[in-house]
Design a binder for this molecule. Structure first.
Ligand SMILES: Nc1ccccc1C(=O)C[C@H](N)C(=O)O
Length: 325
């Protein structure tokens, strides 16, 4: 699917796709203000929030294995072929490290693209998540893959704080950057979205945030409390609400009105993931955010990020166009 040129960064006039319509049809059932997941059985909710069950090409275990293999291979390749700074501490904690991959031309005045990996805040690592390094560095973008302390070591509040400090660190270390772009996948998209709400004055720096790429994210954490994911996370309702950008983003003003926010979901993500992305996008539009929404054709929850290893992929092209427009 080609992104619609005119509709890409606009809030109004975006055509809803059939999968979004399906997700919305679910959310249209029930009383106003009620949310569809509250009517689901425990099994249905578990399935909606188990992305590996929704792919069409691979069975669950194979989908997870393929995702991991592609991430490991992309990271091996990035470390072998690109100039890099690995395991750079952005804080004192053991897990507070990031990897920076540079384009061939030496410069500090570069756009910086940060990626927060997914894995329901309890799996994944920076060491297998350098998916987009090759195509982005080839076009002059520095790519930063950020580690954070996953559960049960880290709590959601700690992860959000770590990610905030990683962004502040990049701004302080590269003050002449040509824009900081935050991206994340799944749970990582949640962490990136929390940066829309960050209190930067507390960190003594105002990062030059120019764009957000939120891929197959979760923006309202309450339903997660009622799935098996909460065994490791141990979220209370207060934790879930405090860490839900869906509940808060309408109240915050963008620091930079030109900063763009792309909410993107895969065609084969579950209806709940479609609903989460669509409702977050709509809430961004109700505020002052320059938001856009894309459903990527023919990709599932994992392929959406696996395909970022390819330079001719639709989302890779959208990212490059956003950075260099
Ligand atoms: N490993 C991941 C990496 C990125 C995003 C999600 C996952 C998951 O494992 C999700 C869940 N456990 C699933 O089976 O779909």
């Amino acid at each position: 699917m080609r992104p619609s040129e005119a509709g890409l960064w606009q809030c109004k006039g975006v055509t809803r796709t059939s999968a979004v319509d399906a997700a919305m049809a679910i959310s249209d059932v029930g009383l106003p203000g009620e949310v569809p997941w509250k009517k689901m059985s425990a099994e249905e909710l578990e399935s909606q929030y188990c992305p590996s069950q929704w792919g069409v090409r691979l069975r669950a275990e194979e989908a997870l294995r393929t995702y991991s293999q592609i991430g490991i291979e992309a990271t091996r390749r990035a470390r072998a072929t690109r100039k890099s700074l690995l395991h750079v501490p952005y804080g004192d904690g053991e897990g507070e490290k990031l990897d920076i991959y540079f384009p061939d031309e030496a410069a500090e005045a570069l756009p910086f693209f940060l990626f927060f990996h997914g894995g329901y805040w309890q799996s994944g690592s920076k060491d297998e998540s350098a998916f987009m390094v090759d195509p982005l560095t080839a076009h002059g973008v520095a790519v930063v893959i950020v580690a954070y302390d996953i559960a049960p070591k880290g709590t959601l509040d700690q992860m959000v704080d770590q990610v905030t400090r990683s962004v502040a660190f990049v701004q302080k270390r590269y003050p002449s950057n040509e824009g900081i772009y935050l991206s994340g996948h799944s749970a990582g998209a949640h962490l990136a979205a929390m940066m829309l709400l960050a209190n930067w004055t507390k960190h003594g720096v105002m990062p030059n945030l120019k764009g957000f790429f939120l891929m197959s994210g979760v923006f309202d954490l309450e339903p997660i409390m009622y799935t098996s994911q909460n065994v490791a996370l141990q979220l209370t309702l207060e934790d879930a609400q405090r860490n839900s950008p869906q509940l808060k983003v309408a109240q915050v003003q963008p620091v930079d009105p030109t900063c763009r926010v792309l909410v993107v979901v895969g065609q084969f993500d579950s209806p709940e993931f479609h609903r989460q992305s669509w409702e977050f996008y709509q809430t961004l539009c109700q505020g002052e955010w320059k938001a856009s929404f894309e459903q990527l054709h023919d990709v599932d929850h994992f392929e959406i990020v696996e395909n970022l290893t390819q330079k001719d992929n639709v989302l890779t092209q959208i990212i490059l166009k956003t950075i260099f427009q």
